[in-house]
Design a protein around this ligand. Structure first.
Ligand code: NAD
Length: 258
């Protein structure tokens, strides 16, 4: 029987939403957790500690390579060498290409794509030494197909799937796997902001705006839950998933089947 008990996971952007959902599902399996992200880190830490695992928090800004390096060193020194790396931190900016502020483009690419290069390059040597590792990149259906007004996000997520495949190939003959998860709409603060903007623009209620959002893209007409994404991440960490390498696994209520 495989066990994840006692392993260490570092999950970027895990103070809310999908990252916190993944932290919860890994903690449920006995994995010690290093949290990162902005917002209420204490509440997230207390929640994870309730699973009786070790937990630490580092506030690194994923757009800053030097802070990412500090975070990786901190993880090893406080909780343990990183066995499971989940590259989850992400931001969105919605605007047409000609109105897209260049600094928002740079931020989306830095946080949603380049940060994963930095964490991977720092985590892989130790994973190789220890003879086991799992890397999970939170891409999106927008890594597989595009939507209007999301040029930076779509470019970053397509890039992240490319990075996932390249890393998976470099590690193909090792016990370290690298895969991407591609969710459709998941109701998190990132999506709530888009629903609120849509409600404001259309003069409709937040509930109606949520229904419209789903009707447009997600055939199930239901949001994916953070717990569902968390359980898929936990599965990708299992021994059963050892030959899943370089996959871009969509969990999207049918979005990209259309
Ligand atoms: P969220 O806004 O709830 O969480 C994002 C997390 O990233 C937060 O913890 C936030 O503090 C952190 N973060 C933001 N900027 C950061 C920075 N510069 N440095 C460090 N941390 C930072 O969003 P979410 O919906 O949970 O998104 C998580 C990931 O899943 C993102 O990569 C997102 O693109 C992806 N995703 C989300 C959806 C969805 O529908 N919610 C769908 C597909 C993919």
């Amino acid at each position: 029987m495989y066990t994840l008990q006692g392993k260490t996971a570092l999950i970027t952007g895990s103070t809310s939403g999908i990252g916190l959902g993944i932290a919860i599902e890994l903690a449920r399996e006995g994995v010690n957790i290093v949290l990162n992200g902005f917002g209420n880190a204490q509440a997230a830490s207390d929640l994870i500690a309730s699973f009786d695992v070790a937990v630490a928090y580092h506030p690194a800004d994923m757009s800053k390579p030097s802070e990412i390096a500090d975070m990786m060193a901190f993880a090893s020194q406080t909780v343990g060498p990183v066995d499971i790396l989940v590259n989850n931190a992400g931001i969105q900016h919605v605007a047409s290409i000609e109105d897209f502020p260049p600094e928002r483009w740079d931020a989306v690419i830095a946080i949603n794509l380049s940060s994963s290069f930095h964490t991977c390059r720092l985590a892989i040597p130790t994973m190789r030494e220890r003879g086991w590792g799992r890397i999970i990149n939170l891409a999106s259906v927008h890594g597989l197909v595009a939507s209007k007004q999301k040029s930076a996000y779509v470019a970053a997520k397509h890039g992240l799937i490319g990075l996932t495949k390249a890393v998976a190939l470099e590690l193909a003959q090792t016990p370290i796997t690298c895969n991407a998860i591609c969710p459709g709409w998941v109701l998190t603060p990132l999506v709530e902001a888009q629903i609120e903007a849509r409600a404001g623009a259309g003069g409709i209620s937040v509930e109606e705006a949520g229904h419209e959002l789903l009707a447009e893209k997600q055939p199930s007409q239901e949001f994916v839950t953070v717990a569902q994404v968390g359980k898929l991440a936990a599965f990708l960490c299992s021994d059963a998933a050892e030959q899943i390498r370089g996959a871009a696994w969509n969990m999207d209520g049918g979005w990209v089947a259309q």
